[in-house]
Design a protein around this ligand. Sequence first.
Ligand code: IPE
Ligand code: IPE
Ligand code: MG
Length: 253
Amino acid sequence: MSVDTAVATAPSIRSGLKIPDHLAVIMDGNGRWAQARGKVRTEGHVEGVKALRRLVDLAIRYGVKHLTVFSFSSENWRRPRDEVNFIFGLLHRFVASDLATLIQNNVRVRIIGTRDGLDDPMSRLIEDVQKKTAANTGLELIVAFNYGGKSEITDAARRIAARVAAGKLSVEDITEETLERELYTFGIPDPDLILRTSGEQRVSNFLLWQGAYSELVFVEENWPDFGEQVFLKALAEYSARSRRFGGIESRSK
Ligand code: IPE
Ligand code: IPE
Ligand code: MG
């Protein structure tokens, strides 16, 4: 389906709204959402999963082609063990409860991040969900789990260095594409828009290479409060941006 068709069929679409081909979301503010309601932080993560379902739904309805969500960063290991375990358990439960729906909705799932530090059940789960959705042709849902942009680039550099040391690659032949091929995201276009909720205005080690020319939109709402209203507000802000990529002409995306 072309973007134009998607726009025409999406409900409550406003004219002039541009739909990013690749939307990346830093789902932040679960803890603060819970704390503001006198609940424990983990209840915020539970609500966060519901917001993620709404996001996937909206991405499908509005014709987003690639959706990346930041669900656990390599720095999130610094949190209390209980909270880390809870978040891991949530991913298991999300896959168990939603896999059938994802397949039904033709969603292809890709999990990016390092497998280091993940136990066998978690690694198996990741392989399983990727395998079972690999043939789907609709929305590509990229889950950044145990992901850190700096280590992604460092690992890429290490693999390239090993090829140089083995005499398989010459230094002069190293290009941006050489590096890109080594990233988890090889084959996925760079994000057009990176959206972060909860009012924080930073990237927190998310898609450092890929986000070089992404538009950044920050909204005040905490992640569990995310829905169509926030989605449309962010898209309206994105649509008003002029993307120049270093040039002078405004491009449509
Ligand atoms: C985002 O919400 C979810 C994860 C990082 C796993 P937080 O848990 O960071 O919530 P705040 O930022 O503490 O409110
Ligand atoms: C970024 O949020 C990571 C995820 C949303 C998974 P954090 O809450 O971990 O980021 P900081 O610590 O506020 O920068
Ligand atoms: Mg946070």
